[in-house]
Design a protein around this ligand. Structure first.
Ligand code: LER
Ligand code: MN
Length: 271
């Protein structure tokens, strides 16, 4: 099992990103604890130097399996279904601007909260149709670069757009692009999906990336999700990607990261 953890390249408000601040120091620590990769949360690719990040990641033997884009929503308010066409366009262009970085790392581009919420005055149908058009445009732009996009079903308390895996699979049919799939997150599935394992089996080879946090969004092992069963179901689909830790920095980021890897590596599984 290849394990990564979310690492922010800029300061951010999102509280399940454990590591913020000095990139090299963080990568050194993360590699030292035995992680194989870092999932990079990047608000705007113009604010980072991909060559420098690549060099640091290589130095510590870390892969970059995925790029998170949600800070553009959290910090700037960009989203696909905004009633303002300028904001919708900016959200699409922001995702497209991640494509060269994603291609460099062979990383999946994550569409989490950038898919947005339904704002006042916008119908659910209109919002969904803007989301679908945006995802089609971004998937089409990414395809020639061999880059894949992964939409993350997110629980109802954060958005009313695509909450569970069934919604995600319906969206995949409507977007109809081979390089468009899903990022499944155990925290959200624990809230929204009747059976995490059944949802994983239903998503099958459309699972492009995977987030782990326990039921309380603490590190795996701190809540009541049965990770042994969940990970067995995930790898039974033929999943070859990373299992990426995205959990609260509690009791502190370093302790959470170390407890997570110790727990996940210690599970007796079929793999
Ligand atoms: C991001 O990966 C995520 O899981 C969401 O909860 C962001 O709000
Ligand atoms: Mn997530």
């Amino acid at each position: 099992m290849k394990l990564s953890i979310v690492l922010s390249t800029q300061p951010a408000q999102f509280n399940a990103v454990a590591f913020k601040g000095d990139l090299e120091a963080n990568m050194a620590k993360i590699a030292g604890w035995g992680y194989d990769g870092v999932e990079l949360a990047i608000r705007d690719p113009r604010l980072i130097d991909p060559e420098q990040i690549d060099a640091i990641a290589r130095k510590y033997g870390l892969t970059v399996p995925a790029i998170g884009t949600g800070q553009a929503w959290g910090e700037e308010g960009l989203s696909f279904p905004d009633p303002d066409p300028k904001i919708r366009r900016a959200a699409i262009e922001r995702v497209k601007s991640h494509i060269p970085v994603a291609a460099r790392f062979d990383a999946v581009i994550i569409i989490g909260l950038l898919r947005g919420i339904v704002k006042p005055g916008v119908s659910q149908e209109q919002a969904m149709s803007w989301v679908i058009e945006a995802l089609q445009e971004c998937s089409d732009a990414a395809a020639p670069h061999g880059v894949r996009l992964a939409l993350e079903p997110i629980n109802r308390y954060e958005t009313s757009l695509i909450n569970n895996v069934a919604d995600g699979l319906d969206l995949i049919e409507r977007v109809a692009a081979d390089n468009f799939g899903l990022l499944l997150d155990t925290f959200h599935m624990n809230i929204e999906d009747a059976s995490i394992e059944d949802s994983i089996r239903a998503a099958g080879d459309r699972i492009f990336h995977f987030h782990v946090a326990d039921s309380n969004r603490w590190y795996p092992g701190a809540g009541h999700i049965d990770f042994r069963s969940v990970l067995d179901a995930l790898f039974a689909t033929g999943y070859q990607g990373f299992v990426s830790g995205e959990f609260m920095p509690l009791p502190d980021a370093d302790t959470a990261a170390q407890k997570a890897i110790r727990y996940l590596r210690g599970l007796k599984r079929d793999e």
